[in-house]
Design a protein around this ligand. Structure first.
Ligand code: SF4
Length: 387
């Protein structure tokens, strides 16, 4: 049976699943889909590759993804190396099959920003956006295959269409004219693209009330050193605008802790913003200097212990806000897409809360629930009689 070992972001995984499909007529193929975003991700990619080489001696080992594109010599014993450019050409027109309940649709690739810590933009540096007609066709196929949610993913989806003078908002306007559109989620959007125009455009489609925003820091001097084009004040205003457009909106963030010029005071600016704006979900990345980036020369000045402690403080803060957020949902009705069957089924609401439903529900189905309780462990929902 063919197999894929996926690492990294949703774009990498989308491309990996497309590649797996391309090899469906071959037997004993093992794909290791690598990621290079942090030093840790790179080490993990190498570990998975070595484990696959040992564990599947009679299989064809294909290594692909970001790390092997930048550093192919690290994978020289693999049977085949497929870099990103070759992969993208090879999977044109292929739709992924991932077995997930939500359909992840890659709408663009590439980023032309020059954030000083980012290695991703070195390896995905050409903007290529899918044609609107291809996106509509892919959504159509996803609906035919029973998906109730499509997640739009990309290396930097705010840059959708930039290479041909189009914008993400134009895509949303087109989607607004499609009947039977499933619910749409933006995977992650850079702060500077969260404009009033985009927020209003999102309101015209069945959009998930969930923003995952890579703020990275909320300290102006750290943001400047990172090469990020916004300020702390912008982030406060941005969240105000989001909250005045959407009710019950889940806010998530990516944060880097331990950037070389981040002292306690700078970290506190980030912590205070996350706390004050009640972010309820966070991915914290302890900073690691990446080769080929301009921040590499700044060194790694914050100790691993301090990075870990800052990470834990943020996670603790967000965990409390998350519980508060879920408690506020009690007594209200939400649509849930079932991701796990069982005596109790579990699935996700549009505002990114995992709900445990008190009845057995069919996998991938969309059910309406009333939230009955929320504690540190789980959020409980009862099937609605209106369902
Ligand atoms: S916006 Fe910055 S962090 Fe994000 S992919 Fe582009 S260069 Fe990297």
């Amino acid at each position: 049976l063919n197999k894929i070992i996926n690492l990294g972001c949703k774009v990498n995984q989308y491309e990996g699943y497309c590649l797996l499909k391309k090899f469906k007529d071959e037997k004993n193929v093992v794909i290791v889909n690598t990621c290079c975003v942090t030093h840790e991700a790179e080490l993990k990619s190498l570990k998975k590759y070595r484990a696959a080489m040992r564990r599947y001696p009679n299989s064809r080992i294909i290594v692909t993804g970001c790390t092997c594109t930048l550093f192919p010599s690290k994978f020289k014993d693999a049977d085949t190396i497929i870099d990103l450019e070759t992969r993208n050409a090879f999977i044109q027109g292929v739709y992924p099959e991932s077995g997930r309940s939500r359909y992840f649709l890659k709408i663009q690739d590439g980023c032309t920003s020059s954030c000083t810590y980012c290695i991703v933009a070195k390896v995905r540096n050409r903007i290529e956006s899918k044609a609107v007609s291809d996106i509509l066709e892919e959504i159509n196929q996803a609906v035919k295959n029973g998906f109730h949610e499509v997640v739009l993913v990309g290396a930097n989806i705010g840059l959708y269409g930039a290479e041909r003078g189009e914008r993400l908002i134009d895509l949303l306007h087109t989607l607004a004219r499609v009947s039977n559109l499933p619910r749409i989620r933006l995977s992650s959007i850079e702060p500077q693209f969260v404009t009033d125009e985009l927020l209003h455009g999102m309101n015209d489609i069945p959009i998930c009330r969930h923003f995952h925003i890579p703020i990275q820091s909320a300290d102006d001097s750290v943001l400047k050193a990172m090469g990020r084009a916004y300020s702390q004040q912008y982030l406060y205003d941005m969240v105000d605008r989001i909250r005045s457009t959407f009710d019950s909106v889940m806010l998530g963030a990516d944060v880097i802790v331990g950037f070389p010029n981040e002292g306690e005071q700078e970290f506190l600016h980030t912590y205070q913003l996350i706390d004050a704006l009640e972010f309820a979900h966070v991915h914290v990345f302890p900073y690691s200097p990446r080769p080929l980036t301009s921040a590499f020369s700044y060194g790694d000045r914050v100790s691993a212990d301090i990075k870990r402690a800052r990470r834990n403080r943020l996670v603790q803060c967000v965990t409390e806000h998350n519980l508060e957020f879920r408690k506020q949902m009690i007594g209200r009705m939400f649509d849930v897409i079932i991701e796990k069957e069982g005596r109790r089924s579990t699935g996700l609401t549009d505002n990114y809360v995992r709900v445990s439903v008190d009845k057995k529900c069919a996998l991938h189905s969309l059910v309406r629930v009333v939230i009955a309780d929320a504690d540190t462990e789980q959020t409980i929902g009862h099937l609605s009689v209106d369902a």
